[in-house]
Ligand binder design. Sequence first.
Ligand SMILES: NC(=O)c1ccc[n+]([C@@H]2O[C@H](COP(=O)([O-])OP(=O)(O)OC[C@H]3O[C@@H](n4cnc5c(N)ncnc54)[C@H](OP(=O)(O)O)[C@@H]3O)[C@@H](O)[C@H]2O)c1
Length: 402
Amino acid sequence: MPLPNSTENAINLAAVLSALKTLAYQNYQVPAVHDEELYKSINKYSGIKYCSLPIEVATRLVHTPRFVLSFVETRSAIKPEKKLKRTMAFTHTVIVTGGTVGLGYYAALNIAKAYPQYLVVLSSRTDRESAAQKINSTLGQDNVTFLALDLSSIAKVKKYAKEYSSKKFPPIIALLLNAGLQFPNEVTFTADGFESTFQVNHLGHAILLHHLSPHFAPGVRVTLTASGTHDPAQKSGMPDAIYTSAADLARPDPKTVTKDGRQRYSTSKLLNVMFGYALVRRIPSEQMTVNSFDPGLMPGTGLAREYSSFMRFIWNHVLPHLVPVLKLLVMDGNIHLPAESGANLAWVALSKETAGKNGVYYSGKKEIPSSIDSHIVEKQDDLWDWTVKEVTGGEEEYLSPK
Ligand SMILES: NC(=O)c1ccc[n+]([C@@H]2O[C@H](COP(=O)([O-])OP(=O)(O)OC[C@H]3O[C@@H](n4cnc5c(N)ncnc54)[C@H](OP(=O)(O)O)[C@@H]3O)[C@@H](O)[C@H]2O)c1
């Protein structure tokens, strides 16, 4: 359907485009503007070249009263910080698992801000606080989106990978395997039959890595969010991480396993570091680099969601106010607000300073040694063999899915 050919409509359309420009939707297409006079008017009034809209939208907008359009323009001009800057195609994708709240949210915010050319995909079970939208409106950008992922189910991780593939996003330049949970009480199992902490914090991410690998850019940067609790020498106050065997940790005997789920958590963080090293030993760095990151203690995040209401109150409402004092008093100062650790995670994952680093364990921005156990090659290999067999069924090469 061609646009009405009149100068009056041209002026109206120019106003539409100008309003859209203010709102920064200027790369919409107007394929049917053939009329020379109309075209010139659009450029003159809107200052937008090559600008176009889907014809149905354009036709409808051309007939929108001018005062409505001026109102749109004025409103958007009053709030310049709300302007969207959708001006270019994205060059790469960055995925942040658990990017909707806590540490992952602030890492995603920092990445989206520093790299507007990258599409940042937040992936967790729900985006109940509209994190993607919140980051976009805070930054006045539109490079953050949400894609639902449930790491506690093999079928759901595969479904995520399939959906991801169908989106035709640009190559993945960084993958932040950050989502994590704690189940502080008795052992629980997922519907797949694995110990819950093991599946969410380790196995789900290993499956995700495998199924996303066809979309990796050369040299993709993988960052695993670990924790100081993986290392007994750090005396974090959590029960010591204990690596028995992958098979045992995946399906512990409920009759003999400890009731203290916090130990399963610190062990799952040890698995993150070990699996990272196992990857580094097998994958050439030109293909992929893998580092681990300890954000330090960050009271106030959702990590304590399964704790008692008293403990949750302390975690959410008392400790966050004490961070500056606690920094001076405990844990060598390794206690932070999530915003601070999120900026550190973004730095580890994508900065120029950390480019090319491989097999490094970061505590904040510092390179430090990880636990003694994490370096034991036999344990890494046991974890690797069990995981790869579980992920691939022994029928394909890990990280080269058909
Ligand atoms: N807080 C600390 O003191 C601390 C210290 C050291 C390390 N860490 C690590 O930091 C990471 C982030 O934790 P946080 O403190 O920011 O906690 P958080 O606020 O609870 O964030 C956890 C994120 O993981 C997602 N998640 C949980 N279960 C999931 C599942 N089954 N599938 C997909 N996503 C899932 C959550 O979203 P949904 O629930 O909507 O799925 C959420 O986005 C974790 O790996 C944690 O181990 C935290």
